[in-house]
Design a protein around this ligand. Structure first.
Ligand code: AMP
Ligand code: MN
Length: 337
């Protein structure tokens, strides 16, 4: 049987060893992640928290925003305190998941602690005392898995559940282009530890409210097709939410729907917030690179999933963003497999 090379190169081994040492020699940990957390943030944070529990550490979790509703019943999610300011100074180390810089956490007061920075996005600013950055990981949860194994913590069902959650969601349910043998090897171990993939998929993707189904209908009804059907443009505003009895939380995952049409190569979802800011989320297929578009506007992400925020109004920014996406589609289609 071929032996899978699970880990990345020697630099990773050294960083990993240093992070293990830093964890073993410290007692009180705070784990945080980016604002508007997703399945990878929640999964990475809680897998790490359960592993630190197993090592007898004191663990606290804080996020700027609550987890989307369908994650609330996952083990330990109620341990995450929602706060935008950290008032607790009795911390030996902060572990930050998935955040290119400290500002992306949306939590102030994190500066000045011994910080372990774990991320798989491009453009991370290496703000930690220890920085483990691996863009080849399909989810931050892959890195957390390696760390937990290196710490010698057994893969309990709670830990495995969160690692699987991180991977299932951050790969867009195994659709994105950064999936490797490592991804499946970790999932295999999670399933061996008791994770039920069918139940996980149902819990994460099939837990919609009726309101959310109506929201899907309304969003698709108002969707624009541009670039000869290659680009789908969706809009969210308070009126659609009110008409369907939903909240912005219910929009999670909906951006992926248009990509199920064969012709559509990229989707942009404009969400108007109360403060006049516009959240721009993008998804794409194959080599259509939406991260480049996001990084031009001060955001980030991955080739097939990226986002940023801009001041409105929508009419002032929409045209330029659509032009950039049309160019990204043309470039990406040149190397279509
Ligand atoms: P979203 O569309 O919000 O689900 O984000 C898709 C991907 O882009 C995720 O990996 C996010 O972490 C990343 N992303 C979204 N917004 C930003 C931002 N403002 N800065 C950096 N990365 C972002
Ligand atoms: Mn991620």
């Amino acid at each position: 049987m071929a032996i899978l090379r699970m880990k990345s190169p020697a630099t990773t081994d050294t960083t990993l060893a240093r992070i293990c040492d830093a964890i073993r020699t410290r007692r009180r940990f705070l784990i945080t992640s980016h604002q508007r957390p997703d399945g990878d943030s929640i999964g990475s944070q809680l897998a790490m928290a359960f592993a630190l529990d197993a090592l007898g550490k004191d663990v606290r979790l804080v996020n700027a925003d609550p987890a989307p509703d369908h994650y609330l019943e996952f083990p330990g999610v109620d341990r995450i305190r929602i706060a935008r300011t950290l008032d607790d100074r009795h911390i030996d180390a902060v572990i930050v998941m998935e955040s290119g810089d400290l500002a992306r956490t949306g939590v102030s007061g994190l500066e000045g602690f011994f910080t372990i920075n774990i991320d798989h996005h491009q453009g991370n600013t290496s703000y930690g005392a220890l920085n483990w950055l691996d863009e080849s990981a399909a989810a931050c949860g892959e890195l957390v898995f390696e760390l937990i194994r290196s710490l010698g913590v057994p893969l309990t069902l709670d830990i495995a559940t969160h690692i699987y959650l991180a991977i299932l969601t951050d790969t867009g349910s195994f659709h994105h282009s950064n999936i490797t043998p490592r991804t499946f090897d970790i999932c295999r171990q999670a399933v061996e530890a008791g994770v039920n993939p069918a139940a996980m998929a149902r819990r994460v993707f099939d837990s919609n409210s009726f309101g959310k189904l109506k929201l899907i209908g309304a969003l698709l009804d108002e969707m624009d097709l541009m670039d000869e059907g290659r680009l789908a443009v969706m809009y969210l505003n308070d009126e659609i939410l009110a008409a369907t009895g939903t909240t912005a939380n219910d929009t999670e995952g909906l951006i992926n729907l248009p990509l199920t049409a064969r012709e559509i190569q990229a989707v942009v979802f404009f969400k108007a917030a109360a403060d006049g800011e516009i959240r721009v989320s993008m998804r794409s297929k194959y080599d259509v690179d939406v991260r480049t578009v996001a990084s031009r506007h001060g955001g980030g992400g991955h080739k097939n999933a990226a986002g940023f925020s801009v001041p409105g109004p929508l009419d002032a920014v929409r045209g330029g963003i659509i032009r950039e996406l049309t160019e990204a589609i043309a470039l990406g289609l040149q190397s279509r497999p």
